[in-house]
Design a protein around this ligand. Structure first.
Ligand code: ENP
Length: 266
């Protein structure tokens, strides 16, 4: 009956399994968490309710139970490059995006919704953002985004896609609407923006232009120290893994030719 895909099959097992994976393997530094209690708090936010009537505050208990600090200088905000961010953060080893924090990790890539007058999940369909704003998934990410932004500190990183249709910085989106307004200015030393184009993609947006300029101006007006770099090399090189022969990916070496010979087997 809704236009969106239904609840991810095995949601409960995935959620609880991810929670144990996170606290035991991925990031044991967060300390002991009760994964079954986390699941109950998560489920109670949307179960037995009309799926268009879920508010961010319904996830308050879940967030409270799952919360842990976000290390200073490790926050990474992004738009339009989810998979690149996944490989760049390297499961919280390098940076900690929201989905590398426990309270985002358990829900990443999943879909869920309940139904009024039933304690079951709806595996057939779930409302999209267009059908209703207060759906279970979007309200979850709003609450998680707000919490993540409020607890981010030190140097803040923002990774944007310069090839994205409509611009690298969506002027309406989670980052614009829920994260920027919740950053705590007194805890933040600087905001570093990286605008990276898709390799072989169009160069639609860059530092100082179009929507990136709107973002830079907005952050400066809020009093932040802002820097912006186009095609930041460490991220570009990650993209190069899939395009080794592209001209953007050829490393010129200053080593003498003898040291640049291919390694031979003899
Ligand atoms: P999209 O539309 O590129 O990607 C949405 C996908 O990313 C969904 O699979 C979603 O999981 C997952 N996801 C991971 N973190 C977030 C998130 N944090 N969020 C919404 N979805 C997330 O991403 P968006 O919608 O533009 O969101 C990007 C935002 O994430 C940025 O504000 C960035 O700073 C933030 P699922 O469960 O929906 O399948 C906040 C909102 O971290």
């Amino acid at each position: 009956k809704w236009k969106g895909e239904g609840t991810t099959q095995n949601l409960e097992s995935i959620f609880i399994g991810r929670c144990y994976d996170y606290i035991r393997i991925v990031n044991p530094a967060v300390g002991e968490k009760n994964c079954l209690e986390l699941w109950e708090a998560f489920r109670n936010a949307f179960i037995n309710k009309h799926p268009c009537n879920i508010l961010p505050k319904d996830y308050e208990l879940f967030i409270k139970l799952a919360f842990h600090t976000i290390p200073a200088n490790k926050s990474l905000f992004w738009e339009n490059n989810q998979l690149l961010v996944k490989s760049f953060t390297s499961g919280a080893r390098r940076y900690m995006s929201l989905s590398d924090a426990l309270f985002g990790f358990v829900a990443d890539f999943l879909i869920w919704c309940g139904q009024a007058n039933s304690t079951g999940l709806d595996y057939e369909s779930c409302p999209t953002m267009e059908e209703c704003e207060n759906n279970a998934v979007d309200s979850f990410w709003r609450m998680a985004s707000i919490t993540y932004a409020q607890h981010s500190s030190g140097v803040i990183h923002v990774l944007l896609n310069g090839s994205a249709e409509g611009g690298a910085y969506p002027v309406k989106g989670f980052f614009a609407d829920y994260e920027i307004p919740n950053l705590q200015k007194d805890k933040i030393s600087k905001i570093v923006i990286w605008v990276v184009d898709d390799i072989q993609g169009p160069d639609r947006d860059s530092c100082g232009k179009n929507t990136v300029k709107i973002l830079e101006d907005r952050l400066k007006a809020l009093g932040y120290d802002v820097t912006c770099t186009d095609n930041y090399k460490p991220v570009l090189f990650l993209l190069c893994v899939d395009y080794p022969d592209d001209s953007n990916c050829i490393l010129s070496s200053s080593a003498p030719p003898a040291q640049r010979r291919p390694i031979s087997s003899d």
